[in-house]
Design a protein around this ligand. Structure first.
Ligand code: P5A
Ligand code: ZN
Length: 478
């Protein structure tokens, strides 16, 4: 059965249905694996994952080192940091047996790797000359999530957990690293054309064991937020627990200060959700597995001539570094368009007898913009189309976020606003007021110190109690 005969995707307006259907139609994830919360990357999805993570690696490699720590963490190490264990105990998978033999020390499957990495940092860090230490790894982690699991969004095996762990001499130096990590995440998401809102999570929502947590959120098509990265200032909590000390210039032993920050495959959930449309994926050029697809229009005569021209165009673009595919399958051009639109290819080049005669190719972007590129300026023409396509995509995504963020002055206004987006309110900072807001609106206070291009000062008194407040971000999240 031709793919297009399977019927259209559900409209993106029905976001959940659209998302689930797109994942297998575009061959990103197969959700049929027989363990809840574990999913399979199809080759096409995996190619996209590789591009996205190559990008992340390139940004990190500027001043971090990549390493690899074990998956299993002994119970005694895991239990050391009180708040950390309390925060994660309900989410940990335990390995209790080696074959039929019960293990003397249970082993945790890492839900995150602080307790695998920091005992080693205690051995590695000796003097102030060893600092700052900035290491990351990209691994799978396991969390026994009890909330509704969802491919790429809420997983029990996070397959693509990028975690960075840094060590510093002072609290202030660690704080500067927090800011550097935020800047790095901003740059990463900018390359994916995904707009972000940065905020400081409330005390009760910070990472277990952190001094404070800065979160990166985006606004999904249905108006709910998705946390697509977090940066934590760990202070000296873990260094005291794991004895990570250094000798300062005066010969004195001091505790280090640390940060950690993480991104999971939620970045890919955000990427596909932000840009896709009723016809399928729309990918910016950086993450796209195929950036340019060439469709030879070989109806009627001159078949050989058209094929040869398509071949030549493909070679020239590939030699210039583009990821190109020539679709020579024996199916109608329309079926090919459908197929590559579903997979989000940024640019389609059509070449037929008429284009040959005019010494040109016909270019159509995934946003439907059609133009002709003269054959002799092919590479520049393609580069040009791709860069204006990226700009258009970024603008479109920003417009989405801009129209889904507002300001509310009463709880009733909050309740109405969070039906279709996020909203800014004035909040006094008290838990009781956040709880009241949650009870009345089914939305939560996500953060303060909000940094976003769309920010306006909510102003006025606390939306719940009327006392003095400052601007806070409120929304329903995934
Ligand atoms: C930072 C890296 C940490 O674990 N330790 C090392 C710190 N932070 S975190 O906030 O708990 O996780 C980092 C990011 O991972 C995503 N995430 C998930 N993605 C998919 N499925 C899950 N079950 C899941 N849990 C967390 C979030 O984007 C989070 O910000
Ligand atoms: Zn209040």
């Amino acid at each position: 059965m031709a793919e297009e005969e399977q019927g259209a995707l559900p409209p993106k307006g029905d976001f959940s249905a659209w998302y689930n259907e797109l994942l297998w139609r575009a061959e990103i994830m197969d959700v049929r694996y027989p363990v809840k919360g574990l999913y399979v990357w199809y080759p096409f999805g995996f190619a996209m994952r590789r591009n996205v993570y190559d990008l992340l690696r390139a940004l990190l490699d500027r001043d971090h080192q990549e390493a690899l720590f074990p998956l299993l963490i002994p119970e005694n190490e895991f239990a050391k940091e009180a708040e950390h264990i309390k925060g994660f105990e309900e989410e940990v998978y335990w390995v209790t047996h080696g074959g039929l033999t019960p293990l003397e020390v249970k082993l945790a499957l890492r839900p995150t790797s602080e307790c695998a990495i920091y005992p080693m940092y205690a051995l590695w860090v000796r003097s102030h000359a060893d600092l700052p230490l900035k290491i990351y790894q990209i691994v799978n982690t396991f969390r026994y999530e009890t909330k509704h699991t969802r491919p790429l969004i809420r997983l029990r095996e996070i397959t693509s957990f990028k975690e960075a762990h840094t060590v510093h001499t002072t609290w202030e130096d660690a704080e500067r690293q927090v800011e550097a990590a935020i800047a790095l995440y901003r740059e990463f998401y900018d390359r994916l054309c995904v707009p972000v809102i940065i905020s400081r999570r409330p005390e009760w929502d910070k990472f277990p064991g952190a001094d404070y947590t800065i979160a990166v959120d985006t606004v999904m098509p249905d108006g709910r937020t998705l946390q697509i990265g977090t940066v934590h200032h760990l202070g000296d909590h873990f260094s005291k627990t794991f004895q990570i000390t250094y000798e300062d210039a005066g010969g004195e032993q001091k505790y280090t200060h640390q940060t950690c920050y993480g991104i999971s495959e939620r970045c890919i959930a955000a990427l596909i959700s932000m840009h896709g449309d009723d016809r399928g994926l729309i990918l910016p050029p950086d993450p796209a597995p195929v950036q340019v697809v060439i469709i030879p229009i070989t109806i009627g005569k001159r078949k050989e001539e058209v094929s040869a021209a398509a071949e030549g165009i493909g070679k020239e673009l590939a030699a210039s570094g583009f990821r190109v595919k020539i679709d020579t399958r024996d199916i109608r051009p329309g079926a090919k368009y459908y197929y590559w639109e579903m997979r989000g290819v940024p640019l389609r080049l059509e070449i037929g007898p008429r284009d040959l005669d005019a010494r040109q190719v016909t270019a159509v972007t995934r946003l439907g913009e059609k133009s002709q590129i003269p054959r002799e300026t092919l590479v520049d023409g393609v580069r040009d189309r791709l860069s204006s396509f990226s700009a258009a995509l970024r603008e479109r995504a920003e417009a989405h976020v801009r129209t889904h963020i507002g300001v509310s002055h009463t709880l009733d206004e909050v309740a109405a606003a969070v039906e279709h987006g996020v909203t800014l309110v004035s909040w006094c900072g008290n838990r009781e007021c956040a709880d009241l807001l949650e009870e009345k609106t089914r939305a939560a206070v996500l953060g303060t110190d909000v940094r976003s291009a769309y920010l306006v000062d909510a102003g006025g008194p606390c939306v719940a109690c009327g006392k003095q407040g400052t601007t806070a971000l409120v929304g329903r999240s995934y």
